[in-house]
Write a protein that binds this ligand. Structure first.
Ligand SMILES: Nc1nc2c(ncn2[C@@H]2O[C@H](COP(=O)(O)OP(=O)(O)O)[C@@H](O)[C@H]2O)c(=O)[nH]1
Ligand SMILES: [Mg+2]
Length: 199
């Protein structure tokens, strides 16, 4: 399951001419592993580990007590977005202690989708800061959790201090259509930036 083309596929269609590395980033427990798992047409590579007591001291569990695994390195998946374009999705941990990994993660990345949660918007600042530091353009997707407050788009933009051109969408990381739509918003944004950068 999981191809935007609508069929299971292990091998890429011959028509694919462009591959792009896209980062799926966000704070702890925002839904990165879920997002990559929902979209990947190949069995997603996951590096999860059962959270230890030691990790529980570092990772803030308030409001997400049900979560028993955490990504220690990254998630990897593939999505053929159109006949010509394939995306390689890298889910990157948001915990500050993985900052070193970011240098490698961002290498060659065309863009990033920042997943955020309205209950923890402030935790996205470090991540957006890291992306800006590494010059990776990004779009923001609010991953909607049951019971999380909904705010008007303008308020979220203001709270996150987004530039007017930064795309902001809402998705449910468990839902393939809305997650694909979030990635399409990012890809469209990246396409608008290409001519500017070449001039
Ligand atoms: N209600 C709801 N739960 C979600 C959504 N996305 C992820 N979850 C749940 O939130 C928890 C954390 O998700 P996970 O993908 O492991 O987060 P990660 O730490 O960012 O990789 C898991 O129990 C998911 O099943 C969503 O869109 N809505
Ligand atoms: Mg994860």
């Amino acid at each position: 399951m999981g191809s935007a083309l609508g069929s299971d596929q292990l091998y890429l269609p011959e028509t694919v001419s462009t591959a792009a590395k896209i980062l799926i980033v966000g704070h702890f427990a925002v839904g990165k592993t879920t997002f990559v798992g929902t979209l990947s047409e190949i069995r997603p590579l996951r590096t999860e580990e059962t959270m230890t007591q030691a990790g529980a001291l570092v990772d803030d569990l308030a409001g997400i007590e049900g979560k028993t695994t955490t990504t220690v390195a990254m998630d990897f998946g593939r999505l053929t977005l159109s006949e010509r374009l394939v995306l390689y999705l890298f889910g990157a941990p948001g915990q500050k202690r993985f900052t070193q990994l970011w240098k490698d993660m961002t290498y060659g990345a065309l863009g990033a989708l920042v997943l955020t949660d309205t209950r923890r918007l402030d935790q996205s600042f470090d991540i957006m800061g890291l992306l800006e530091e590494h010059a990776v353009p990004y779009a923001v997707a609010v991953n909607h959790f049951d019971g999380a407050p909904s705010y008007p788009e303008e308020e979220i933009r203001e709270a996150l201090d987004l530039l007017p051109e930064t795309p902001l969408v809402t998705c449910d990381a468990r839902d393939r259509i809305s997650s694909t739509q979030a990635l399409i918003s990012l890809v469209q944004y990246l396409q608008t930036r290409i001519p500017q950068e070449q001039t």
